[in-house]
Design a binder for this molecule. Sequence first.
Ligand SMILES: Cc1cc2nc3c(=O)[nH]c(=O)nc-3n(C[C@H](O)[C@H](O)[C@H](O)COP(=O)(O)OP(=O)(O)OC[C@H]3O[C@@H](n4cnc5c(N)ncnc54)[C@H](O)[C@@H]3O)c2cc1C
Length: 420
Amino acid sequence: MECYGIVGFGCAGYHGAKALRDSGYTGEIHVFTGENEALFNPMLTTYVAGGRLDEAASFPFGNLGEAAEALNLTVHEGRVEKLHTEQKEVEMADGQRFSFEKILIAAGADAFVPNMEGGDNENVLVMRTLKDSLRLKEFLENGNIRKAVVVGASMTGIKVAEVLLNKGVHCVLNDFAPHIFSLAALDPIAEEIERRVQARGVELAFGAGISCVTEDGGGLIVELTDGSSYPCDLVVLCIGTRAVTGILDEKIEINKGILIDERMQTNVKGIYAAGDCAEGKNIQTGASQIIGLWANAASQGRCAGRNMAGFSDTYEGNIVHNITHFMDMDFISFGDKNLPGETVVYNNPNPELMTAAKVGEEGLICVNILGSYENTGIIKNMMMKRMRGNSTSFDTFMEEKLRQQGFDSAFIKILGGVKE
Ligand SMILES: Cc1cc2nc3c(=O)[nH]c(=O)nc-3n(C[C@H](O)[C@H](O)[C@H](O)COP(=O)(O)OP(=O)(O)OC[C@H]3O[C@@H](n4cnc5c(N)ncnc54)[C@H](O)[C@@H]3O)c2cc1C
């Protein structure tokens, strides 16, 4: 009987296993879960920490036992220490080795902690696993936390700041970049978000990175690279992740993540990779990069599973995007804001909506919407179509739908590819 292995059982690993079974594969599937809770959705860490979600609700595919039964899996709880490429063998921390015909690497990413003084202080947290969110929750319930510094002002950092605010903790939001959402927000939108976040009581400290955390009496001091310092009781580092690639030997090609083709296969036949540990194609630029999104991990995992089962599926990649709800705001960004172009702010009939677009020689580069996530699927699909070189535009029904939502007609036109 054939025997396949899946290293890492989060979003990508689950979808890989499910696609194998849905495609009719009847052989053995062994999954290796790692040290953290298998099947946990990392997107929900801040909701669990803030008490808005129960732990149980952060497992979208059910618990490990249920998934194992439904998909007929053999589960190995624990960390894979090494993947021996040539032998297609997986070695666990206790030395056990298992050999497979095909392997899917779906080990995700670890929260990044810079190598700095105080990085290992017990009041310095990160936000990736269920353990991380329960730790923050415990600090907020029992830790007498009055002031916190959140490092990293993007999707995760802003949600952590919201949790702290809701618990009455004074929060300093720090980022190395000069503005919030530095990879997604065009300057006028970033400035508006900053204004609203400050109005909520968040103190901003932008344009200087963290250099160290020192202890001072019973508290901590965060020092930044510009010489400023912030006393606090707690630090939460939300400065990105690093793909889990340390388990691989040199035979598998890696950039920042594992390099794969459009069938999710690495440079080694029979070894596949998917999700945050792997790269994918940025459809807009053609570059191979880590995409780091839930839906991307699901699509890559599914594609890998189908191909392992003998089908020939391809996954074309994604565009850079950010859909974040925080502090009663919806911020949406599609496209790579760092490509060259001119930023235009639109004057929408609906005063609740603030929109901006970056437009280059070839047309639309990046779109920002602050105020609503309605119709974002339609807008993203249109951008994806145009980036694939399709000259399609909105039909009159869709144009009317966007107009009714209160978007300016010039904004609707640029979304549909018409430069004024
Ligand atoms: C706070 C936060 C907010 C986010 N918000 C959004 C959002 O709004 N929208 C969005 O699209 N995405 C968001 N994401 C990203 C999204 O959660 C990830 O892209 C997605 O979970 C990636 O899935 P994955 O399966 O690749 O990795 P993971 O979900 O990390 O799963 C990997 C699994 O592999 C296991 N593993 C690791 N090392 C080993 C090993 N050596 N041996 C065996 N197993 C191992 C891990 O324990 C884990 O269970 C957010 C992430 C965070 C942390």
